[in-house]
Ligand binder design. Structure first.
Ligand SMILES: Cc1ncc(COP(=O)(O)O)c(C=O)c1O
Length: 303
């Protein structure tokens, strides 16, 4: 996870953002013994989700995501189904949620250091990027005064990751609620990428929660990739207010039209085996993780 991030300053220094960026390097670099570009549990197999012998459906179901998948995700978040948009992973979630909430030239605040593709997506969409500095000597905790000052500067959206990539720092629900309120007061959207958040629930007994429930101005992004090792399925989702969810659907129409039917079927199957996958995550965390990944979770999450 560490190598995936850049400071906003670094990206701005690179100017036009015409370079390949972190993800290209992560995909093509020479393999090394201690691979730090993988930030989730190892890939799960069809066996892990009990799908080795189920037929794969090739027919797309539903205009904007498989209705059963939407129902399942809406159930987990306890939100209306109209607020859920299945998408092809959290990466698309970052792009789509920024695309649905900002316009070219808008000031947008991104945490710094930040997951590199988020900065690049905001830049690509023409945002004027302002940093929310998460300082190493403050254990990368998000500082409310940093957010307030960028809101005063007029940002239209604030982008955070929880857990924070690269540090793994956890932002608790009350702090996140306060951030959502600060954004609401200034009519700004809070976008939270929660691909690692369930780690706090599964290993440290934190209640399961999502920023999606903390305000109508909040967009939450998640996927089955990191905690469940199902990156290959490309199954993610956005939870937003109805208007934002509709804008996301319009963007999906421009990009991929429908999600792949086999992926949505497999995602549904994975959701039906969530308890098994969660146990797999715990096992990986407790038993198999040497060194850096364990340190990442153990040191930075609350005890
Ligand atoms: C913070 C963050 N968001 C999104 C992603 C990508 O997630 P997905 O594989 O679901 O597209 C990553 C991958 O490392 C990540 O670290």
């Amino acid at each position: 996870m560490c190598r995936e991030s850049v400071t906003v300053k670094e990206v701005l220094r690179f100017g036009k953002m015409t370079g390949n960026g972190y993800l290209h390097w992560a995909k093509v670099h020479r393999r090394v013994q201690y691979e730090l570009t993988n930030s989730g549990v190892p890939s799960a197999s069809l066996n892990d989700i009990g799908a080795s012998s189920i037929p794969v459906d090739l027919v797309v179901q539903g205009p904007y995501g498989h209705p059963s998948l939407i129902e399942r995700i809406a159930g987990i978040y306890a939100v209306d189904e109209s607020r859920v948009v299945p998408i092809m992973g959290a990466s698309s979630g970052i792009f789509l949620s920024l695309g649905a909430t900002i316009a070219r030239g808008d000031p947008v605040a991104l945490e710094s250091p930040c997951y590199d593709p988020a900065v690049r997506a905001a830049r690509f969409l023409g945002a004027d990027i302002l940093p929310i500095v998460r300082e190493p000597n403050k254990r990368f905790r998000v500082q409310l005064h940093e957010i307030e000052s960028q809101l005063k500067a007029g940002v239209r959206a604030v982008f955070l990751t929880n857990l924070h990539n690269p540090s793994g720092q956890f932002t608790d629900r009350e702090t996140m609620r306060e951030i959502a309120h600060l954004c609401l007061r200034r009519n700004a959207t809070l976008i939270v990428d929660e691909v690692y958040l369930d780690a706090a629930h599964l290993n440290l007994g934190q209640p399961r929660w999502s920023a999606a429930r903390l305000g109508d101005n909040v967009v939450a992004i998640n996927s089955l990739t990191k905690i469940h090792g199902l990156g290959g399925i490309r199954a993610g989702w956005i939870v937003a207010n109805k208007a934002t969810a509709n804008r996301v659907r319009q963007l999906v129409n421009l990009i991929n039209g429908d999600n792949p039917a086999p992926s949505e079927g497999l995602a549904l199957q994975a959701f039906s085996r969530l308890a098994v996958l969660e146990e797999r995550f715990r096992r990986f965390y407790r038993v198999r993780v040497p060194g850096i990944f364990a340190t990442f979770f153990r040191k930075l999450l609350p005890h």
